[in-house]
Write a protein that binds this ligand. Structure first.
Ligand SMILES: [Mg+2]
Length: 361
């Protein structure tokens, strides 16, 4: 399909409340929505949301790469891989937006979901037997400050039907983190899956102390406990009672190869890895290596959350929750905000119709 139109729309959305993380406090999301349209009026859409607070590209870098969007007009939308690769080298978020728009457009033309389409174009035996679910459970990111508001937030989420909750740690004192995790376990109950994320907050000794203190609350895993991403350092925080998860220390297949996850959980984000194609390739490789793979957004709007859901439908075990931080953090009055719900519909065609309309030009 020849691309007849390519547009880039910047957006900025405030958070409902600031999110305290081990990598700093975040209060606002800025990024871009990329659209490509074929000659029949079908539109594929992708989101470019760089997680600048994690040391990834800043929004200005993403914008500079997206300046090339007008050159997409006249190109074949099924032949964007070389451009996506070139963009990925400078801006994984921009590459993600273009790759997403391409697969969204192709899936819409085929009348199937992005997940189904990615399965159908894959020649491996896995893709022939994979069943794409209708919906995926969602992990809620807890963001309230103070123990009493946190207690109420967890109580509300339990009654809404969430079975996986995620809590940032490392941005407060260890005593405060322990008290917060204790609230989540007590109010969430023994069956609640609790994910922790330290966003590389700790030196080795701090991480060891934190893991020992947090292990009794039975977290499912902890993401990025260490400032140091080297395998040797990670080896010294294994076996302390909490499974470890790699997230921002892996931005490419080369990183994955370097750190040798060895039984750790792997959290994958399309915005950092440079699009759904690269994310699927890395996720499938990690699964084949025996890693547990967890897909999350990068605190994104409707488009990024829809893509994360499609990728989770391809890479997850059925009871694994997709992390949709954007769903409960973005200002709900914004047209970009994702409705918060314990289940995310895979939907079709493309990324599904829920991301349509609110961004009408
Ligand atoms: Mg993380």
């Amino acid at each position: 399909m020849t691309i007849a139109r390519a547009t880039v729309r910047p957006f900025a959305v405030s958070f409902r409340r600031p999110l305290v993380t081990g990598a700093g406090t975040v209060a606002r999301r800025a990024g871009f929505i990329v659209e490509i349209e074929d000659g029949q009026g079908r539109v594929g859409r992708g989101e470019a949301s760089p997680a600048h607070w994690l040391g990834e590209e800043d929004v200005a870098t993403t914008a500079r790469v997206l300046d090339a969007a007008p050159t997409l007009v006249g190109q074949d939308s099924g032949d964007l891989a070389a451009i996506v690769d070139a963009w990925r080298a400078r801006s994984p978020a921009a590459a993600c937006a273009l790759d997403t728009a391409g697969v969204d457009l192709a899936a819409r033309a085929a009348g199937v979901s992005v997940a189904r389409w990615l399965c159908d174009v894959d020649a491996s035996p896995w893709s022939r037997v994979h069943r794409v679910p209708d919906r995926v459970p969602v992990a809620a990111l807890l963001a309230t400050d103070g123990l009493q508001p946190l207690e109420q937030e967890v109580r509300d989420l339990v009654s809404e039907g969430y079975r996986t909750l995620k809590l940032k740690v490392g941005g407060r004192t260890l005593a405060e983190d322990v008290a917060r995790v204790a609230v989540v376990r007590t109010v969430g109950g023994p069956e609640m899956r609790i994910r922790l994320d330290a966003n590389r907050a700790w030196a080795l000794d701090e991480a060891r102390a934190a893991l020992v203190a947090l292990a009794p609350f039975g977290p499912d895993f902890i993401e990025e406990p260490l400032r140091d991403s080297a395998p040797d350092a990670w080896g010294r925080v294994r076996g302390l009672g909490i499974a470890l998860a790699r997230d921002e220390s892996i931005a490419s297949e080369a990183d994955y190869q370097r750190v040798a996850c060895g039984g750790d959980v792997l959290v994958v984000k399309a915005a950092r890895l440079g699009g759904p194609t690269a994310t699927l390739a890395l996720g499938r490789r990690a699964r084949a290596d025996g890693c547990r793979v967890v897909v999350t957004d990068a605190i994104e709007t409707t488009t990024g959350c829809a893509l994360a859901t499609q990728l989770a439908a391809l890479l997850h075990h059925p009871d694994e929750a997709v992390g949709l931080g954007g769903a409960r953090l973005l200002d709900e009055s914004s047209a970009h905000a994702v409705p918060a719900h314990p289940w995310s519909e895979v939907g079709s065609p493309g990324l599904g119709d829920r991301d349509r309309g609110s961004l009408a030009s």
